[in-house]
Ligand binder design. Structure first.
Ligand code: HEM
Length: 501
């Protein structure tokens, strides 16, 4: 009933709710986008809602993105929000279980491991992984038959989750890890992965089997990585691979200290987990849309033929520099990340009272809102990525918006992520810009996997469209918000092998 009392005008409006502790959790959990839109209509771009006893202040629109993503880390911190979810999975002393300055150094170490030279080697490895998967996985048994006119179906989530982990392990994690992706390791990975849920985030320690399995899996995975590290240190000449582990073994913190083995192990686990759901759900959405749009599928295939066609009617292998020139493929990835960015909510904790800038578009009398210390602040770049005021046909998947009739990439492509560039210690990145397009975030917490993810997603799509035709039948799958990343609800895609190979 206290919600009916006149509110403190210096604070953002509070979203009406019936059950005190629960607050708006059901509406936010069911469909955060519908919830944000509904609240924006009622309260404007800045409002606070209750999520299981916590106050969450949402700031929407490009200025709202800038407020959260461009905030000073001394005022708006990521560690207290993400740490309870990620530390039991990634492990101690990395990412959100260390001071922000240390994370910035760790990001720099990873960045130097993800160079263009390495990417050049990765394209062939990813293509090989896709080929092997199609040739061996039971979901593609029709692909493995001689009759190319036969149609089969494959389960979208399973296929892309497996292709993503196999290709990320082969490239980033190194040979030993890739080779150990046996049934036993898959179970360890799956137990760890099952700790990556909203429940484990909201209540980090519960006496439930899934928590015990998560912790046991972390211990097992960390020990496994550390045993590989010990072997590499004992026999340095034996493994000269260009993987991230070898690269991290050579790095030193600013104080001259090497990274201890447990930190290298935990950074590798963090990379595996951070890239897994984001890339696999993006791939799932991209291929679903391609399957549902015959014209785009045809354009993608023609692009392959135009760039890689051989005189005998086949297609040759492609390289990293070549794949970057494929404008239609690039548009497919860009457009998928516009409509389906896997992370719908980016959060920080306010360490001090923070005034909300009037530029956020709040009514003038309320433009001096102060977000009180202790609140979680939340930006949702997805809202501006589907804002009809910014994008024509904002709700439709339309890759053609990113290139002209001749297939030349639109100038705007390059501009969306531009803006003031700042060196946060791990290379120049765009500051918390006011861009309406931020699938990889911005500012000091900006994703370090962007280039790798683009490469991985583009290579997998190329590998698939040159080998198969796709078809999607029925109502297009809805987004499932119940897991941490927005993925499609379980569904199947129809496929038929092309003549190539
Ligand atoms: C952070 C998106 C793939 C590693 C982020 C953030 C976003 C994002 C939005 C910022 C979160 C925040 O500000 O709170 C994506 C998308 C991906 C992707 C859309 C794929 C389509 C990857 C991959 C890796 C990776 C492949 C690793 C190789 C990370 C890490 C952070 C991060 C370590 C944390 C950075 C920090 O807090 O400073 N990602 N990501 N991501 N991403 Fe990605």
């Amino acid at each position: 009933l206290w919600q009916l009392l006149p509110r403190d005008k210096s604070q953002p409006p509070l979203v009406w709710h019936w059950i005190p502790f629960l607050g708006s959790a059901p509406a936010y959990g069911r469909d955060p986008i519908a919830f944000f839109r509904d609240c924006r209509e009622k309260y404007g771009n800045v409002f606070t809602f209750i999520l299981l006893g916590r106050r969450v202040t949402v700031t929407l629109g490009p200025q709202g993105n800038d407020f959260v993503l461009g905030g000073k880390h001394t005022q708006l911190a990521a560690e207290p929000v993400y740490g309870p979810l990620t530390t039991p999975i990634f492990g101690k002393d990395v990412v959100y279980d260390c001071p922000n300055e240390k994370l910035m150094e760790q990001k720099k170490f990873v960045k130097v491991s993800l160079t263009i030279d390495k990417f050049r080697a990765y394209v062939g490895m990813i293509d090989d992984e896709v080929k092997d998967y199609l040739n061996t996985d039971p979901s593609f048994k029709v692909y493995q038959m001689d009759d190319i006119n036969e149609w089969g179906t494959f389960p979208v989530l399973k296929a892309f989750s497996e292709i993503t982990i196999l290709s990320a392990s082969r490239t980033l994690q190194g040979r030993e890890i890739r080779e150990s992706l046996t049934k036993e390791y898959a179970q360890v990975y799956s137990d760890l992965d099952h700790g990556f849920t909203p429940l484990h985030w909201m209540i980090p320690g519960l006496p439930l089997p899934s928590y015990r399995r998560r912790d046991a899996a972390h211990t097992k995975m960390s020990s496994f990585y550390q045993s590989i590290l010990r072997k590499r240190r004992e026999n340095p000449s034996e493994n000269q691979e260009e993987d991230v582990m070898n690269s991290l073994m050579k790095q030193r913190y600013r104080d001259g200290k090497q990274l201890p083995d447990h930190e290298i192990a935990h950074i590798l686990i963090a990379l595996l987990m951070a890239g897994q759901h984001t890339s696999s759900s993006s791939l799932a959405w991209a291929v679903l849309h391609v399957a549902a749009r015959a014209d785009i599928q045809e354009a993608l295939y023609k692009e392959q033929v135009q760039h890689f066609g051989t005189p005998d009617g086949g297609l040759r292998d492609f390289g990293y520099d070549e794949i970057r020139d494929l404008n239609i493929l690039d548009a497919v990835v860009r457009e998928t990340l516009r409509l389906h960015p896997p992370i719908h909510s980016i959060m920080r904790k306010a360490n001090v009272d923070i005034p909300v800038p009037a530029t956020l578009g709040t009514p003038s009398e309320d433009s001096v809102f102060v977000v009180p210390k202790g609140d979680i602040v939340l930006a949702s770049p997805l809202i501006s990525q589907v804002d009809p005021g910014v994008w024509d046909n904002s709700e439709s998947w339309e890759p053609t918006r990113w290139y002209d009739e001749k297939g030349v990439a639109a100038k705007a492509n390059k501009e969306y992520n531009e803006g003031e560039k700042i060196d946060f210690g791990f290379g120049l990145v765009s500051k918390g810009t006011v861009s309406p397009y931020l699938p990889f975030g911005a500012g000091r917490h900006r994703c370090i996997g962007e280039q790798f993810a683009y490469l991985q997603i583009s290579t997998v799509i190329s590998s698939l469209v040159r080998r198969m035709e796709f078809r999607y039948e029925g109502t297009f799958p809805a987004p499932d918000y119940s897991s941490m990343m927005v993925q499609p609800v379980p569904c199947q895609i129809h496929y038929r092998r092309r003549r190539f190979e």
